[in-house]
Design a protein around this ligand. Structure first.
Ligand code: DC
Length: 230
Protein backbone atom coordinates (compact mmCIF):
# COMPACT_ATOMS: atom_id res chain seq x y z
CA UNK A 1 0.00 0.00 0.00
CA UNK A 2 1.35 3.41 -0.94
CA UNK A 3 1.95 5.88 1.83
CA UNK A 4 0.91 9.32 0.63
CA UNK A 5 2.79 12.19 2.18
CA UNK A 6 1.51 15.75 2.39
CA UNK A 7 4.01 18.33 3.62
CA UNK A 8 3.17 21.74 5.04
CA UNK A 9 6.15 24.01 5.57
CA UNK A 10 6.29 27.63 6.55
CA UNK A 11 7.10 30.07 9.35
CA UNK A 12 5.67 30.00 12.90
CA UNK A 13 2.17 31.34 13.23
CA UNK A 14 1.13 30.84 9.62
CA UNK A 15 -1.55 28.41 10.83
CA UNK A 16 0.39 25.32 9.79
CA UNK A 17 -0.26 23.38 12.98
CA UNK A 18 -4.02 23.88 12.88
CA UNK A 19 -4.25 23.15 9.16
CA UNK A 20 -1.99 20.10 9.35
CA UNK A 21 -4.17 18.63 12.12
CA UNK A 22 -7.33 19.35 10.10
CA UNK A 23 -5.89 17.73 6.98
CA UNK A 24 -4.79 14.66 8.96
CA UNK A 25 -8.34 14.20 10.25
CA UNK A 26 -9.85 14.85 6.80
CA UNK A 27 -7.67 12.30 4.98
CA UNK A 28 -7.37 9.96 8.01
CA UNK A 29 -3.58 10.21 7.81
CA UNK A 30 -0.96 10.25 10.58
CA UNK A 31 0.39 13.58 11.74
CA UNK A 32 3.96 14.74 12.34
CA UNK A 33 4.47 18.01 14.21
CA UNK A 34 8.22 18.25 13.60
CA UNK A 35 8.49 21.59 15.43
CA UNK A 36 7.43 19.72 18.58
CA UNK A 37 10.44 17.42 18.17
CA UNK A 38 12.79 20.43 18.08
CA UNK A 39 10.98 21.94 21.07
CA UNK A 40 11.25 18.67 23.02
CA UNK A 41 14.92 18.32 22.24
CA UNK A 42 15.56 21.97 23.17
CA UNK A 43 13.74 21.52 26.47
CA UNK A 44 15.53 18.28 27.29
CA UNK A 45 18.97 19.76 26.56
CA UNK A 46 18.15 22.87 28.56
CA UNK A 47 16.98 20.78 31.54
CA UNK A 48 20.24 18.82 31.42
CA UNK A 49 22.26 22.05 31.37
CA UNK A 50 23.72 21.22 27.95
CA UNK A 51 22.15 23.88 25.72
CA UNK A 52 24.26 26.71 27.06
CA UNK A 53 27.51 24.96 26.01
CA UNK A 54 26.20 23.29 22.88
CA UNK A 55 29.10 24.62 20.78
CA UNK A 56 31.49 22.55 22.89
CA UNK A 57 32.48 19.38 21.00
CA UNK A 58 31.88 16.95 23.88
CA UNK A 59 28.59 18.56 24.84
CA UNK A 60 27.43 18.34 21.24
CA UNK A 61 28.38 14.65 21.05
CA UNK A 62 26.43 13.94 24.21
CA UNK A 63 23.49 15.97 22.84
CA UNK A 64 23.43 13.98 19.60
CA UNK A 65 23.13 10.78 21.64
CA UNK A 66 20.29 12.34 23.64
CA UNK A 67 18.55 13.46 20.42
CA UNK A 68 18.79 9.99 18.90
CA UNK A 69 17.35 8.31 21.99
CA UNK A 70 14.97 11.04 23.16
CA UNK A 71 12.17 9.46 25.19
CA UNK A 72 9.00 11.04 23.82
CA UNK A 73 5.42 10.00 23.28
CA UNK A 74 2.62 11.59 21.33
CA UNK A 75 -0.60 10.34 22.92
CA UNK A 76 -3.79 11.09 21.00
CA UNK A 77 -6.65 12.07 23.27
CA UNK A 78 -9.97 13.11 21.75
CA UNK A 79 -9.14 16.25 19.73
CA UNK A 80 -5.79 16.83 21.44
CA UNK A 81 -2.39 15.24 21.55
CA UNK A 82 -0.67 14.86 24.90
CA UNK A 83 3.11 15.21 24.56
CA UNK A 84 5.22 13.37 27.08
CA UNK A 85 8.96 13.92 27.53
CA UNK A 86 10.90 11.53 29.75
CA UNK A 87 7.68 10.62 31.58
CA UNK A 88 6.41 14.20 32.09
CA UNK A 89 3.46 15.83 30.34
CA UNK A 90 5.02 18.88 28.65
CA UNK A 91 2.17 19.59 26.19
CA UNK A 92 1.74 23.15 27.48
CA UNK A 93 5.32 23.89 28.42
CA UNK A 94 6.77 23.23 24.98
CA UNK A 95 4.47 25.89 23.46
CA UNK A 96 6.00 28.73 25.46
CA UNK A 97 8.19 31.39 23.84
CA UNK A 98 11.07 30.28 26.06
CA UNK A 99 11.03 26.73 24.72
CA UNK A 100 10.55 28.12 21.19
CA UNK A 101 13.88 29.87 21.61
CA UNK A 102 15.55 26.63 22.79
CA UNK A 103 14.10 24.87 19.73
CA UNK A 104 15.39 27.52 17.39
CA UNK A 105 18.89 27.15 18.83
CA UNK A 106 18.78 23.37 18.44
CA UNK A 107 17.40 23.69 14.90
CA UNK A 108 20.46 25.64 13.73
CA UNK A 109 22.84 22.76 14.54
CA UNK A 110 23.33 20.32 11.64
CA UNK A 111 24.35 17.37 13.85
CA UNK A 112 21.14 17.68 15.89
CA UNK A 113 18.97 18.02 12.76
CA UNK A 114 20.62 14.88 11.39
CA UNK A 115 19.95 13.06 14.66
CA UNK A 116 16.21 13.78 14.26
CA UNK A 117 16.08 12.79 10.56
CA UNK A 118 15.19 9.09 10.90
CA UNK A 119 12.77 9.73 13.76
CA UNK A 120 10.80 12.02 11.45
CA UNK A 121 10.94 9.56 8.51
CA UNK A 122 9.50 6.86 10.80
CA UNK A 123 6.22 8.77 11.02
CA UNK A 124 5.50 7.92 7.35
CA UNK A 125 3.10 5.01 7.72
CA UNK A 126 0.13 3.83 5.65
CA UNK A 127 -2.25 5.15 4.59
CA UNK A 128 -0.49 8.51 4.76
CA UNK A 129 1.13 11.31 6.68
CA UNK A 130 0.67 15.04 7.03
CA UNK A 131 4.07 16.47 8.02
CA UNK A 132 4.25 19.97 9.43
CA UNK A 133 7.56 21.83 9.66
CA UNK A 134 10.18 23.91 7.87
CA UNK A 135 12.08 21.41 5.76
CA UNK A 136 9.53 18.63 5.33
CA UNK A 137 9.42 19.03 1.53
CA UNK A 138 13.02 20.09 0.93
CA UNK A 139 14.85 17.61 3.18
CA UNK A 140 12.81 15.04 5.10
CA UNK A 141 10.15 13.94 2.58
CA UNK A 142 11.27 15.08 -0.90
CA UNK A 143 9.04 12.32 -2.33
CA UNK A 144 5.85 13.91 -0.92
CA UNK A 145 2.87 13.82 -3.25
CA UNK A 146 1.63 17.28 -2.23
CA UNK A 147 3.98 19.99 -0.99
CA UNK A 148 2.40 23.07 0.52
CA UNK A 149 4.17 26.20 1.73
CA UNK A 150 1.98 28.26 4.04
CA UNK A 151 3.08 31.76 4.87
CA UNK A 152 1.61 35.03 6.26
CA UNK A 153 2.91 38.48 7.14
CA UNK A 154 4.85 38.79 10.42
CA UNK A 155 2.17 41.14 11.78
CA UNK A 156 -0.74 38.79 11.17
CA UNK A 157 1.24 35.89 12.59
CA UNK A 158 2.08 37.90 15.73
CA UNK A 159 -1.58 38.81 16.19
CA UNK A 160 -2.63 35.16 16.04
CA UNK A 161 0.15 34.12 18.40
CA UNK A 162 -0.87 36.74 20.98
CA UNK A 163 -4.44 35.44 20.89
CA UNK A 164 -3.22 31.85 21.26
CA UNK A 165 -1.00 32.65 24.25
CA UNK A 166 -3.71 34.76 25.89
CA UNK A 167 -6.14 31.87 25.50
CA UNK A 168 -3.59 29.78 27.42
CA UNK A 169 -3.80 32.36 30.22
CA UNK A 170 -0.40 33.93 29.52
CA UNK A 171 0.21 37.66 29.80
CA UNK A 172 1.97 38.76 26.60
CA UNK A 173 2.77 41.97 24.74
CA UNK A 174 2.23 42.32 20.99
CA UNK A 175 5.56 44.13 20.50
CA UNK A 176 7.50 41.34 22.24
CA UNK A 177 5.81 38.63 20.20
CA UNK A 178 6.36 40.47 16.91
CA UNK A 179 10.02 40.97 17.81
CA UNK A 180 10.38 37.26 18.64
CA UNK A 181 8.73 36.23 15.37
CA UNK A 182 10.96 38.50 13.30
CA UNK A 183 14.11 37.30 15.07
CA UNK A 184 13.10 33.66 14.64
CA UNK A 185 12.22 34.16 10.97
CA UNK A 186 15.62 35.65 10.40
CA UNK A 187 17.42 32.77 12.15
CA UNK A 188 15.29 30.16 10.36
CA UNK A 189 15.70 31.64 6.87
CA UNK A 190 19.37 32.57 7.16
CA UNK A 191 20.78 29.42 8.71
CA UNK A 192 22.98 27.41 6.40
CA UNK A 193 21.44 24.04 7.23
CA UNK A 194 17.88 23.37 6.02
CA UNK A 195 16.88 27.05 5.81
CA UNK A 196 13.19 27.87 5.69
CA UNK A 197 12.27 28.10 2.01
CA UNK A 198 9.60 26.66 -0.28
CA UNK A 199 10.43 23.57 -2.34
CA UNK A 200 10.63 24.37 -6.05
CA UNK A 201 7.42 22.36 -6.65
CA UNK A 202 5.52 23.67 -3.61
CA UNK A 203 2.04 25.19 -3.75
CA UNK A 204 2.44 28.53 -1.94
CA UNK A 205 -0.44 29.98 0.10
CA UNK A 206 -0.35 33.35 1.88
CA UNK A 207 -2.85 33.17 4.74
CA UNK A 208 -2.57 36.83 5.90
CA UNK A 209 -6.04 37.67 4.57
CA UNK A 210 -7.61 34.21 4.76
CA UNK A 211 -9.38 32.36 7.55
CA UNK A 212 -8.75 28.72 8.40
CA UNK A 213 -11.69 27.43 6.35
CA UNK A 214 -10.54 29.33 3.27
CA UNK A 215 -6.99 27.99 3.57
CA UNK A 216 -8.32 24.48 4.21
CA UNK A 217 -10.36 24.64 1.01
CA UNK A 218 -7.34 25.71 -1.04
CA UNK A 219 -5.26 22.93 0.49
CA UNK A 220 -7.74 20.11 0.00
CA UNK A 221 -8.35 21.32 -3.56
CA UNK A 222 -4.63 21.06 -4.27
CA UNK A 223 -4.13 17.74 -2.44
CA UNK A 224 -7.14 16.11 -4.16
CA UNK A 225 -5.73 17.20 -7.51
CA UNK A 226 -2.36 15.65 -6.68
CA UNK A 227 -3.94 12.42 -5.38
CA UNK A 228 -6.03 12.07 -8.56
CA UNK A 229 -2.96 12.16 -10.81
CA UNK A 230 -2.17 8.78 -12.32
O1 DC B 1 7.00 25.19 14.32
P1 DC B 1 7.57 25.50 15.69
O2 DC B 1 7.43 26.95 16.08
O3 DC B 1 7.04 24.58 16.74
O4 DC B 1 9.14 25.21 15.56
C1 DC B 1 10.04 25.45 16.62
C2 DC B 1 11.44 25.74 16.08
O5 DC B 1 11.97 24.59 15.42
C3 DC B 1 11.52 26.88 15.07
O6 DC B 1 12.57 27.76 15.44
C4 DC B 1 11.87 26.23 13.78
C5 DC B 1 12.44 24.90 14.13
N1 DC B 1 12.01 23.85 13.19
C6 DC B 1 12.87 23.49 12.20
O7 DC B 1 13.97 24.05 12.09
N2 DC B 1 12.54 22.49 11.34
C7 DC B 1 11.36 21.89 11.44
N3 DC B 1 11.05 20.93 10.58
C8 DC B 1 10.44 22.28 12.43
C9 DC B 1 10.79 23.27 13.30
Amino acid sequence: MTTHIITIDGPSGSGKGTLAAKLAVHYQYHLLDSGALYRLLGLSLQQKGLLVNIQDEDVLKQSVTIATNLDIQFQSQAAQTKIVLEGHDVSQQIRTEEVGAFASKVAAIPELRAALFQRQRDFAQAPGLVADGRDMATTIFPEAIAKIYLTASAESRAERRVKQLQAMGLDVKMSDILGNIQARDQRDTERTVAPLKPASDAYIIDSSQLNIEEVFKLMTGFVDEQLAKP
